[in-house]
Write a protein of this length. Structure first.
Length: 262
């Protein structure tokens, strides 16, 4: 189910498309984790810093490192007022540039399915966390229809244009996510599904936000302008609007947490 490489090179565009969703789910994810204050965190695949900012604002951390392979995303993250004090590094989730046991907690927010070797990414999280430390992640339930743009994806599929999926999309299924943590040898493995709702003032705002993403652009370019207009019409017809023209979209994420063995 993998295809073209999905990249994120525009922090501002990502913020409009996915950063808002990430924070919405991240809020309930942190409520669920309920971490104690004073921890040293690493946010792996931090992108434009949406979740890093939540860590800084909500968790009273002793320190936070965000790491991502995209320098444009990191540049955006460094401008976030709410992330002031976090350190942003460029690097690979499968080869983290940190020593063993450097952090008290490691998190991946909407990232693990983008790691080409998900098991290696999980192993690296385990390596850089102290014994007894928290290792946790949340991912969209892609194969279960949980993406925020599922009506768009489903309509693309019906027109014979499968949407682009990340390379490790199978790990987005709850059973596989829990298995990844169990097989990595974490203690106290727990899981939970979260939902989030986001309101858009009208269909065009939703469409422009969704269609601007790097992921959707891959398929839209393949379709061509005429078929894109047909797609837009079909998606508009299937999403109910309120009396004021607004839309409320729902997304679902799967989350997992565990403790590094003491």
């Amino acid at each position: 189910m993998t295809g073209p490489v999905i990249s994120f090179s525009d922090g501002a565009a990502y913020e409009s498309y996915m950063g808002v969703w990430s924070r919405m789910v991240g809020e309930v994810f942190l409520d669920w984790l309920d971490p104690r204050p004073g921890l040293r965190w690493v946010d792996i695949g931090c992108g434009n810093g949406a979740f890093t900012e939540l860590l800084m604002q909500r968790c009273a951390p002793a320190g936070v490192h965000g790491i991502d392979p995209s320098e444009p995303q990191l540049s955006f993250a460094r401008t976030r007022p709410g992330a002031a004090g976090a350190v942003f590094d460029k690097g690979d989730a499968m080869a983290l540039p940190y020593p063993d046991h450097a952090f008290d907690a490691a998190a991946m927010a909407l990232v693990l399915f983008f790691v080409p070797d998900a098991a290696k990414g999980v192993a690296e999280m385990k390596r850089v966390v102290k014994p007894g430390g928290i290792v946790a992640a949340y991912v969209w339930d892609v194969l279960g229809g949980g993406l925020p743009v599922e009506p768009l994806d489903d309509t693309m599929r019906s027109m014979g244009y499968p949407p682009a999926y990340p390379p490790s999309v199978a790990v987005s299924q709850m059973d596989n996510l829990v298995a990844a943590w169990t097989e990595a040898g974490f203690d106290a493995v727990q899981s939970r599904a979260f939902t989030a709702e986001r309101r858009f003032d009208d269909f065009d705002i939703f469409w422009n936000t969704a269609a601007s993403s790097d992921r959707c652009q891959i398929t839209l370019r393949a379709m061509g302008p005429d078929k894109v207009e047909i797609l837009k019409h079909k998606v508009r017809a299937r999403i109910p609007a309120a009396a004021d023209g607004s839309l409320t979209m729902t997304a679902r994420a799967n989350a997992v947490s565990g403790r590094a063995p003491a």
